[in-house]
Design a protein around this ligand. Sequence first.
Ligand code: FAD
Length: 259
Amino acid sequence: MNVLIVYAHPEPHSLNSALKNVMVEQLLALGHQVQVSDLYAMNWKATLDAADFTLDRQGKPFDPSGDSRRGYEEGLQRPDITGEQEKLRWADTVIFQFPLWWFTMPAIMKGWFERVYAFGLAYGVGEHSATHWGDRYGEGRMIGKRAMLVVTTGGWESHYHPRGVNGHIDDILFPIHHGMLWYPGFDVLPPHVIYQARKMDAQRFEEECEKLNARMKTLGNTAPLPFRRQNGGDYLIPSLILRPDLAEGESGFGVHLQR
Ligand code: FAD
């Protein structure tokens, strides 16, 4: 299997860096091909802007999604963007690894999604009709690929309990899982979260490595999160509201999972 690790931590001596190295070693030992996009080491440009495209705009203002569409279709994107898109095509599984910073990924990784996920690649794909609202949420160009988050937190596991003060971890990760991975068609594996990561000693580190290695061994056969397919009949089109007879009387992120 081809595994791409998109990794964001600025410090090569960090816990995240050590865990990333463990993961790479384990994946190689299992016979997989591995590529790592180490975003800080690559000096990845985090902002999507006009300089990302070598378009002649003929005086027209920068249009983030319109220019993305033309840039992608006509091969007018900057090489750092096309390089990452090529890695995405190559990968069977993509692992996104990061420390939780302000309840989401570090800005540099958000910028990876904004710039690499072009119009025509990750969104703006497929036809719209009375029964089909574009290829998204379970369909799209990432179909057949798996994705998984490896996340460290400062907070305790109980702080991310369904009734914990930080909010349930499933809710915090929902915009990434559902909006950034399921949307373009990835099968999304349950995340691997390492809580209270600053409280780490040699023994706990060994234990965490074992747990992470176990996840690497089952990458190919772990059941994905059972998100509902947008065009599978569960949502009314074009309102895209869940049918009233499903998860009756409920609302919130959880209704988008099949029970
Ligand atoms: P490090 O600080 O590098 O290491 C953690 C511990 O592991 C240290 O004790 C270190 O000595 C030890 N260690 C490192 N390498 C090894 C090794 N090889 N073997 C054994 N031990 C080792 N947390 C939240 O829960 N929610 C938030 O919203 C949140 N927001 C944040 C925002 C910012 C801007 C920042 C800076 C932090 C935030 N945090 C938050 C905390 C953050 O998630 C944790 O600090 C981070 O996950 C720890 O990972 P690290 O790789 O940076 O750990």
